[in-house]
Design a protein around this ligand. Structure first.
Ligand code: MG
Length: 182
């Protein structure tokens, strides 16, 4: 299985500073939709997200949506967020969307910080493509398919715990992990 261990972890997308993005070596930002920029299965962006996206773009980082959601929803949210370029039905963790995004934004895929809440789609896809994987905590428990997601979240937690233990055993430092978990 490909590595689903995030390079960086934050509680919320809005916790990531411009300085953090520069420190990661990012030149562009890709964002997931559900539970990263909008509440799950809604069109609602929690406070600060829209402004964060605006500030990041104003600072010179192109931003693109990479989402597994259907096209019309991605299109609508891209408009809401100030006409962001977008890739819908991205089929993460498959990597083609990441390479397509790099082409669209005219950066190397290794310069894209992919920000998302899911280990086995956002993080794994970013790692496979050679992008910078940044994991955020989901906003809230998913309303739809609650049981399915509960199981998947459990799998994610177990995976992270296992990997953290392995890394401790290898005496790896966590310097590169800019965790701002609250
Ligand atoms: Mg998500």
């Amino acid at each position: 299985m490909h590595d689903a261990y995030p390079k960086y972890e934050y509680a919320r997308i809005t916790d990531i500073t411009l300085q953090d993005l520069r420190m990661m070596g990012a030149k562009a930002v890709a964002v997931d939709l559900d539970n990263t920029t909008v509440l799950d299965s809604t069109m609602h962006a929690p406070g600060g997200v829209k402004e964060w996206l605006r500030d990041v773009r104003a600072a010179g980082f192109p931003v693109i949506i990479i989402s597994n959601t259907y096209t019309i929803r991605a299109w609508w949210l891209s408009k809401k967020f100030g006409k962001l370029p977008w890739i819908s039905m991205a089929d993460k963790p498959h990597t083609s969307a990441f390479f397509k995004a790099a082409k669209m934004l005219n950066v190397d895929v290794s310069e894209i910080a992919m920000i998302g809440d899911r280990l086995f789609t956002d993080v794994m896809g970013a790692n496979k493509a050679g992008a910078i994987s940044v994991k955020v905590e989901p906003f809230e428990p998913e309303k739809l398919f609650a049981e399915k997601f509960r199981k998947e979240r459990k799998k994610e937690r177990e995976y992270l715990e296992k990997r953290r233990k392995e890394r401790n055993a290898e005496n790896h430092s966590f310097i590169r992990n800019a965790s701002r978990k609250k």
